[in-house]
Design a protein around this ligand. Structure first.
Ligand SMILES: [Zn+2]
Ligand SMILES: [Zn+2]
Length: 364
């Protein structure tokens, strides 16, 4: 830690907030008091109303990512919606009482090419909402499983007033993760779009592709997900194990979003793209994908990845949701049920996202 940072953290006042934290990779989440910084001149303090449970929370709490070792105690949560309780003197976009949101990012260097382009999610120095170095208080950042959070104004989003807040929380990660690649690859009216996997990400992808005017085809291994896919906005559902059904769609897709984190054959989907079609992966299987080069060469197809979205695009996504009245399908739980929810999430037993009602933490 630099001297400047130490100096800073000595100067900056702090207060104590209620939270749920994991003490180790094997520990269940349990109540804990954590420090939060007093809002500085550019900061917004938010009373958290709802926080979505993302699959990343589960991975990070259990220390399952070797590239991002977990620092304990760990307070996860990066799908945050709440009410502004205090603002710093230089804050212009928010005032106390406003509904506001925070996603996966709380800071970045602000001056690299990525930040200059409004793509803070690709900044080498981005600070994640939890488990990133905290320059203000030392240690690591603590996420949204808490009754409040203090975040730099630039990283705080506005929430359209018509949206249900429990259902809006997952937009901050699951929403923007699926919206951003669709915008980047030009999903619009008349395009044929595939969505692979119907879970937290997939169900948002269907809603966005449908609202953008595309013809939406959902690929699933479970025939019993058909009705739900159609209800969410799909025009067609393909059982991916059925070779005849898959063959019928060969060379026809403009864009496919692959949201599956389990091992699967990605070539089966690349073959479904038309010339110059793109397949973007937003799921991360443990084992590397094996790609058949010819399936890319033959029609100049491309394969890409995508990570959440920048701040400007996250705001654009929220405004789009306001206009089209899009929220995530959520099961609202009290924080006391979070460990049970993790067990169910690991079995994919949720339609389609848990959203924690943080009022339950107040009465703790
Ligand atoms: Zn997430
Ligand atoms: Zn940057």
């Amino acid at each position: 830690m630099s001297t400047a940072t130490q100096f800073n953290s000595e100067l900056r006042g702090q207060y104590r907030a209620k939270a749920y934290a994991a003490a180790s990779a094997e520990s269940p989440l349990a109540p804990m008091m954590i420090p939060r910084r007093d809002p500085g001149e550019h900061d917004v303090q938010i009373e958290i109303l709802f926080c979505g449970i993302c699959h990343s929370d589960l991975h990070q709490v259990r220390n399952e990512w070797s590239a991002m070792p977990t620092v304990y105690p760990c307070v996860p949560g990066h799908e945050i919606v709440g009410r502004v309780s205090k603002v710093g003197s230089a804050v212009t976009k928010f005032k106390p009482g406003d509904v506001a949101a925070v996603g996966c990012l709380v800071d970045s260097d602000g001056n690299c090419p990525e930040c200059q382009d409004g793509l803070e999610q690709y900044c080498l120095h981005m600070i994640l909402t939890y488990n990133s170095p905290d320059a203000h208080l030392g240690g690591v950042t603590y996420g949204g499983y808490s009754d409040s959070i203090v975040v730099k104004e630039h990283f705080v989003l506005r929430v359209p007033s018509n949206l249900n807040l429990a259902g809006a929380a997952p937009l901050l990660c699951a929403g923007v993760t699926t919206y951003s690649p669709m915008r980047h690859w030009g999903v619009t009216k008349g395009k044929k779009v595939g969505v692979v996997g119907l879970g937290g990400l997939g169900h948002m992808a269907i809603k966005f592709a449908h609202a953008l005017g595309a013809h939406v085809v959902v690929f699933t291994t479970s025939p019993n997900k058909r009705e739900d896919a159609l209800r969410l906005g799909a025009d067609d559902v393909v059982i991916s194990r059925d070779k005849d059904q898959m063959r019928k769609h060969r060379g026809s897709f403009d864009f496919i979003l692959d949201a599956v984190s389990a091992e699967h054959d990605i070539n089966a989907y690349i073959q479904l793209l038309r010339r110059d079609g793109n397949l973007t992966i937003v799921g991360a299987p443990d084992k590397p994908h094996a790609i058949a080069a010819f399936s890319l060469l033959l029609k100049r197809r491309s394969l890409s990845g995508s990570l959440i979205g920048g701040i400007a695009e996250t705001q654009e996504m929220l405004d789009f949701c306001g206009k089209h009245n899009i929220t995530s399908d959520v099961e609202v739980i009290p924080i006391q049920k979070v460990n049970e929810a993790y067990d169910r999430l690991s079995r994919a037993d949720v339609k389609y996202r848990f959203s924690i009602d943080m009022a339950s933490l107040k009465s703790q």
